[in-house]
Structure formats: structure tokens, C-alpha cells
Design a protein around this ligand. Structure first.
Ligand SMILES: CC(C)(COP(=O)(O)OP(=O)(O)OC[C@H]1O[C@@H](n2cnc3c(N)ncnc32)[C@H](O)[C@@H]1OP(=O)(O)O)[C@@H](O)C(=O)NCCC(=O)NCCS
Length: 174
């Protein structure tokens, strides 16, 4: 009898970035648009949050909540009946927190042309049944691109914490 070694995919064994990958495709319908006939920014944020939450959950296989969404920019307008493609994956894991990157592309349906429309970085936190933060599995970085994203996310986290600390110190001196 041949025995096949099963990978240990328990909640706390390291998981490759590829386990968390998400590609989500949406069509822009009339209720998604604003008075200019272009997509409503809040709808894009909703899709970003969903694509991010699925990626974080695929990585952790635990309940997750959105802790924060970093600064994001809408680069180009997206029009009614166009297609929006969202690609996300976990970039970095600290303890209970995970940074997820979401890239948004606008696809012109009749040509297939894709244009980068937005990028967002979100932090999700793994929680237990009582809503308390719990450890998420470590991230296994396998490619040079994944390493670049990991290091950039680590830098963003350090900047976020330094910024929060600076604001706290400023309030204490008020
Ligand atoms: C996110 C939440 C669970 C953090 O709980 P907390 O008691 O403040 O947790 P802690 O201060 O112990 O921090 C736990 C982790 O969250 C991270 N964190 C907390 N607030 C954060 C924020 N605003 N941005 C990014 N990360 C944050 C911490 O850095 C820490 O990460 P680490 O464990 O990897 O080191 C809690 O603030 C919460 O439930 N917020 C509401 C979430 C929500 O309702 N989201 C919208 C719907 S999903």
C-alpha cells in the first residue's frame, strides 16, 4: 500500500501566500454608479473589503475582522457595464494581524484591456469566539515578489505604529 504524506495544514503551521490568493470579478451595474455614470467609491471599498476578508480567512482559517484600511487612491474612473477584477493575497503576518494587498483592475469588456484602477492595503485581525485577537498562522514566502511585498508590508506596519505613537505623544503634550 502506498502511503502519501499529508501536509500539516493545522491552523498554526506556516501557510504559503498562494493559499490566500483571491480573484474576484464584478460587473458595474446601475446601482453601483454615481451621478457621473462611474462607479461609486464606496462600492469599490466594499468589494475590496470582501476580497481582503476572503484572502485573510483563506490564510488563517479563523474568524477575521477588518482592523484598518490604509490610504488608497482611485487612479482611473470605472464606467457602467465595465468589469472590475480584484486580486488579493496576504502580504505579511505579525501575530494576530495580517496585511492583505488588494489590486483593482478595470477591464473593458469589448477589448479585454485591463487598467490598474486602485490598490489598497488592509489589516485583518484573527479573533476567537469571544472577539479577542488570537495568533494567525505564519506566512511562508516563496518567491522574490512575495518577499518584496512582505518587506514593504513590514515597513508600512512600522510606519503605522510610529505614526500612532507620534499622535499619542502629541496628545499627551496638549
Ligand atoms: C481589531 C480588534 C479585534 C483589535 O482588538 P484589540 O483588543 O485592540 O487588540 P490589540 O491591541 O491586542 O491588538 C491585536 C492586534 O491587532 C492589531 N491592531 C489593532 N488595531 C489595529 C488597527 N487599527 N490597525 C491595524 N492593526 C491593528 C495590533 O497591531 C495587534 O496585531 P498583532 O497581534 O499582530 O501584534 C478590535 O479593535 C475590534 O474588534 N475592532 C472592530 C473590528 C470591526 O468591527 N471591523 C469591521 C467589521 S469586520
Amino acid at each position: 500500500m502506498t502511503s502519501v504524506a499529508k501536509p500539516n495544514l493545522g491552523p498554526l503551521s506556516a501557510r504559503p501566500v498562494s493559499c490566500s490568493r483571491v480573484e474576484m470579478t464584478e460587473m458595474v451595474l446601475p446601482p453601483d454608479t454615481n451621478q457621473h455614470g462611474t462607479i461609486f467609491g464606496g462600492r469599490v471599498l466594499q468589494w475590496i473589503d470582501i476580497a481582503g476578508a476572503i484572502a485573510a480567512t483563506r490564510h488563517a482559517r479563523l474568524k477575521v475582522v477588518t482592523a484598518s484600511i490604509d490610504q488608497m487612491h482611485f487612479l482611473v474612473p470605472v464606467f457602467l457595464a465595465e468589469v472590475v477584477v480584484l486580486k488579493s493575497c496576504v502580504n505579511f503576518v505579525h501575530h494576530s494581524s495580517m496585511e492583505v494587498g488588494v489590486r483593482v483592475e478595470r477591464e473593458v469588456p469589448l477589448t479585454g484591456e485591463r487598467i490598474h484602477a486602485a490598490t489598497a492595503y488592509l489589516t485583518f485581525v484573527a479573533i476567537d469566539d469571544d472577539g479577542r485577537p488570537i495568533a494567525a498562522p505564519p506566512l511562508l514566502v516563496e518567491t522574490g515578489e512575495e518577499l518584496r511585498r512582505f518587506q514593504a508590508a513590514e515597513l508600512r506596519r512600522a510606519q503605522r505604529l510610529a505614526h500612532r505613537e507620534a499622535l499619542r505623544a502629541m496628545r499627551l503634550t496638549d
